[in-house]
Design a protein. Sequence first.
Lengths: 392, 98
Amino acid sequence: MSEVRVLVGTRKGAFILTADGNRQQWNISGPHFTGWEIYHLKGSPADPDRIYASQSSSWSGQVIQRSGDGGKTWETPGGGITTTPQGFPMGESNKFVYDASPETGKPLTTHQFYDGTQRPWEFKRVWHLEPSLSDPNTVYAGVEDAALFRSTDDAHSEHELAGLRGHGTGPKWQPGAGGMCLHTILLDRSNPGRIYVAISAAGAFRSDDAGKSWRPINRGLKSQYIPDPTAEVGHCVHRIAMHPSRPNVLFMQKHWDVMRSDDSGDSWTEVSGNLPTDFGFVIDVHAHEPETIYVIPIKSDSEHFPLEGKLRVYRSRTGGNEWEALTNGLPQRDCYVNVLRDAMAVDSLDKCGIYFGTTGGQVYASADAGDSWAPIVRDLPPVLSVEVQTLP
Amino acid sequence: MIRVIIPAHLRTLAHVEGEVKLEILGPVTQRSVLDALEARYPVLRGTIRDQVTRERRPFLRFFACEEDLSHESPDSPLPEAIATGQEPFLIIGAIAGG
């Protein structure tokens, strides 16, 4: 029978939740990296036991962790006691240095700050790790201040794909309330050269040459909080989702508005439809039904909790516009948690499982595509991210 | 022998229990102590000092002999009691947050 492994990043460590294909009885492992913020961890599609984790803290910065056995044990690539013959430490792990070389970096040194002034780019943390679809030694990292890095040596060394910051709009990017973070990385299985990323608060971007060159893909987005609501960049995109079988169709949860693109991001149309509020953070697509999508509406940008204290997942079977509330098993009173942008995922079992984690420490699972829900665990630290692996 | 005490979460990261003892050749300064610490435990690179600027991370402080040395030059000699191992060099996380 298949197995499901849920990777949960929290404010105070990582947890790994496992179950068989029935998804009723769960084993909980953790906390791993106790006391550290685990913004994200994700397994390699090419080698599911290879898992990468972003471990960080305001005190001690960024550490990349890697497991080769499905999360049972971890190591810091390059962090062991290895030295050159002269006695100097080897390895470059954890070192995220913006490319300022004349050849590729064209020293791009500032972006817009909250007050409109220009500020230097300054690395803060890794928000999202996206392992390559085909090479277990390659992993992409989306970081704050926003940039995209790639490691091709099992996370020993990280190199910026500087064409993103350098394509021209970089100096206009500005932080969202949570910082200026690159939080979404989508790889296209049918087109290895194509990468999508999303940045708060800059927008969405696409590369068609494996990350060398980039362009903004924000036409159709409207953001009332920026001077030009239809500007090329400046939009606070919270999350983008894609179904692997239809990589040209993208779904977006923006700061406000749920959006859809049918042309690889070249243009977007709003599909918020009958949602009670179209503010939110997460969005995801059913594993087998490319037109079935999920969001969790949040009351507003200043009230980060569900409307009326009712935790409701909304599902559209029509690719947007027509939404139904899914409430069975979810708290329908006095619930004031948030669900952050990386905290929803789906498994690929025949009956698609949906998972999300809350800032109240609950991880909810549905083994029937959202019709009913139950908490896997209720009292973790605030959940930052949820990923799911479907194992044979 | 220089004695160094690092914060608990960094001891966990480096798989260290208790004090770290380091041999330093040459002047005993913040820089030479941290260089030796990072050479022994490469996983700590970037966690105490910035990877690029090599400056102390803002939420960590350095103490020795009941004095806050955080704003001293990294190349100033540390107190004799540190150099002789009589007192430990303390790396302490700021008390903040929840």
